[in-house]
Design a protein around this ligand. Structure first.
Ligand code: FES
Ligand code: FES
Length: 157
């Protein structure tokens, strides 16, 4: 079946089965391999993308459920919060192996767009579905605080 998708601001027509997880369309059909496969069961967050700005697990989202929603992947995030997160991630040297990190950043970006100055509890709640086998959680939390501080005009570390 043919599906019309909006991915990173571009229109695509995709031939696939309706129950194909969006993750595989992004990676295999469209070549957007920044979104990762971790568990395939909505348990780890490695496959997180935004659907109309909200974080979703693309490994568990069938193509037929996407409809007209705008899909954004790690390759196309932009704007002040995305820039602040990128800078903070680099400054804090957050990634270790890196495998989980695109999903982490997609969840962090959705958080900052909802709560511009999140508390530790806000961060822990928003990021609780993103697993990091390298346990970079403390650096992730610090980087989110830095990005929020920079965005809100105070001196982030
Ligand atoms: S690969 Fe989708 S949540 Fe783990
Ligand atoms: S940096 Fe290795 S899994 Fe998170």
């Amino acid at each position: 079946m043919t599906f019309a998708l909006s991915v990173n601001g571009r229109a695509h027509r995709v031939e696939d089965d309706g129950d194909t997880p969006l993750l595989w369309v992004l990676r295999d059909t469209l070549g957007l391999v920044g979104t990762k496969y971790g568990c395939g069961a909505a348990q780890c967050g490695a496959c997180t993308v935004h659907l109309d700005g909200k974080p979703v697990r693309s490994c568990s989202l069938p193509l037929e459920a996407v409809g007209a929603a705008r899909i954004t992947t790690i390759e196309a995030i932009s704007g002040p919060q995305a820039d602040a997160l990128r800078n903070a991630w680099v400054a804090r040297d957050v990634p270790q192996c890196g495998f989980c990190q695109s999903g982490q950043i997609m969840s962090a970006l959705a958080l900052l767009r909802t709560i511009p100055a999140p508390s530790d509890a806000d961060i822990d709640q928003a990021m609780s579905g993103n697993i990091c086998r390298c346990a970079t959680y403390n650096r992730i939390r610090a980087a989110i605080h830095d990005a929020a501080a920079r965005e809100n005009g105070s001196a982030g570390a």
